[in-house]
Design a protein. Structure first.
Length: 281
């Protein structure tokens, strides 16, 4: 029997990609689901698919960078279900460019969603998770939470920070004997809309992506993002049920983790060579 059966799980960024796939996987394992996203159309599609699997579902449009909205959302979900056991802080965008070409608002945009979204979600829901007696915080970092790469400064910064925040929270929960498990997820190249969404997010903020930005997004989408989100979701939920502190999703994530551990000084050369190859015509 699945250990998430009967649990109430909250998933941000559930309008597509990993978030949607995790919501569906949890529904198959008979959890109750609260889904949110800034995209109302994608969100409604996810909620409909979850409901079609027979799971109870709550949906709400949410901007995770808005702390007050997140706090209100947490109370709404807790009142709707009566209890909350898990939060998957998954919402994220992937905008970025070389630091010399970046503006401060590049960092503000990405950190506002990727990092502050995780912090806001954890802050808003943690009291409810503790009260449940069997809580779990699942924060989605990335392969880029332990390996840097060029032209993705805002994204890499946010994902390294998520890892540090999550590991600190895990230690604090253990030190205080709170009944909350804390997990950091590091996906590799999962086939999601993150590259295209990065361009859209920049445009919505009045920034005009360059031809290089658009070409890089296409390369990432075509050459890097390969894994089926449904497979990634199974790995993630299996890890959550096992109460794993760290979940690596995909062979690329596992190999890169090993590379960085074994060659912490030399891996820079590898990353430079890999990115030159990926961006080659």
């Amino acid at each position: 029997m699945s250990s998430v059966r009967g649990k109430v799980a909250v998933i941000t960024g559930a309008g597509s990609g990993i978030g949607r796939a995790v919501a569906l996987e949890l529904a198959r394992r008979e959890a109750s689901i609260a889904v949110s996203d800034v995209d109302p159309i994608g969100l409604r599609e996810t909620a409909d698919q979850v409901a079609a699997l027979g799971a109870r579902v709550h949906q709400q449009v949410l901007d995770v960078s808005d702390a007050a909205a997140f706090e209100t959302y947490a109370h709404t979900v807790a009142e709707h279900f009566g209890v909350v056991h898990q939060i998957y802080n998954n919402a994220g965008i992937g905008a970025g460019r070389a630091f010399l070409d970046s503006e401060l608002r590049d960092y503000e945009l990405v950190l506002g969603v990727n990092l502050w979204g995780v912090i806001h979600g954890t802050k808003a829901f943690l009291p409810h998770l503790i009260a449940s007696g069997d809580g779990h915080v699942i924060n989605v970092s990335s392969l880029n939470g332990y390996m840097a790469q060029p032209d993705h400064g805002p994204y890499v910064t946010s994902k390294f920070a998520i890892r540090g925040f999550t590991e600190t929270l895990r230690i604090e929960m253990a030190f205080a004997n709170h009944p909350v498990t804390v997990t950091c997820v590091h996906p590799g190249g999962v086939k999601t809309n993150i590259a295209a969404n990065a361009i859209a997010a920049a445009e919505s903020e009045g920034m005009e992506p360059t031809a290089t930005d658009r070409a890089r997004a296409k390369v990432i989408n075509d050459k890097v993002l390969k894994m089926d989100p449904a497979k990634a979701a199974r790995i993630i939920v299996d890890g959550v049920e096992a109460k794993s502190p760290r979940i690596l999703v995909g062979n690329d994530a596992k190999i890169t983790d090993l590379l960085v551990r074994l060659m912490p000084r030399q891996y820079t050369k590898f990353v430079v060579a890999l990115n030159r190859r990926l961006l080659a015509p």
